[in-house]
Design a protein around this ligand. Structure first.
Ligand code: G3P
Length: 225
């Protein structure tokens, strides 16, 4: 089970790594737009320096024909390093590019996946992650948990090292449901992780423990004893 941060906000990434068990960062043009008119490669290099060499960084192409998708993937790998995951939307042209990039040993994340057939084709074309758009599927009346369940139960047939990455989350229930239906990775906005720990019952429980401790020990803490 893995968590990634679906953000390009440097502050959120820095803080997120301190608090949460994060193994990577995913971006796309819409996520980068939220950071304003930043220099594309400079900003992504900053993310890499924050997350270090071991965590994964996922960077999306913007071209829509196979030839230019491949050129962008090559540039992304050249500028940001061999270990960068190139995100490619699973269209016909995207799939054509994915097939080629896989033969060149690129790390590829298939993205914009709404259906099982898209994920199956990407899996067989040689991607390492399949980014399934959970909330966007629900908005189209597609059963997101079924798609994730079907794809995760087909991984044995991929002949490779492929994982289901669920993405596009708007609430905590979508994340836990994605995991319980077989996603091995969820990439989530920082704010949603904060929401996961902001249930008032948690703070109330901590408050009650503190009150009971103080009733017996006063202001002393365990490290004072
Ligand atoms: O990683 C893909 C994700 O960013 C899409 O999320 O919130 O734009 O549906 P959203």
């Amino acid at each position: 089970m893995e968590f990634m941060l679906d953000t390009a906000n440097l502050e959120n990434i820095t803080q997120g790594l301190e608090i949460y068990p994060i193994i990577g960062v995913t971006t796309n043009p819409s996520i980068l737009k939220k950071e304003g008119k930043v220099d594309f490669f400079e900003h992504l290099a900053q993310i890499r320096s924050i997350i270090g060499p071991e965590r994964s960084l996922h960077v999306q192409v913007v071209s829509q024909d196979a030839k230019h998708i491949i050129m962008e993937a090559e540039k992304i790998r050249y500028r940001l390093g061999e270990n960068t995951f190139v995100k490619v939307p699973v269209t016909e042209n995207g799939l054509k590019a994915i097939k080629f990039l896989a033969t060149e040993n690129f790390h590829i994340t298939a993205t914009a996946v709404y259906t099982t057939i898209q994920g199956m084709l990407a899996m067989l074309a040689g991607v390492r992650y399949i980014a399934c758009y959970y909330n966007r599927m629900l908005n189209c009346d597609i059963d997101a948990s079924r798609v994730i369940h079907e794809l995760s139960s087909l991984l044995w047939a991929s002949h490779g090292d492929c994982q289901i990455m669920a993405a596009s989350f708007k609430n905590i229930n979508e994340i836990t449901t994605a995991f319980s239906n077989g996603a091995s990775c969820c990439t989530v906005p920082y704010e949603l992780l904060e929401t996961g720990l902001s249930n008032p019952s948690i703070a109330n429980a901590v408050h009650d423990f503190d009150t009971d401790w103080v009733a017996i020990h006063g202001d002393s803490k365990i490290y004072d004893l």
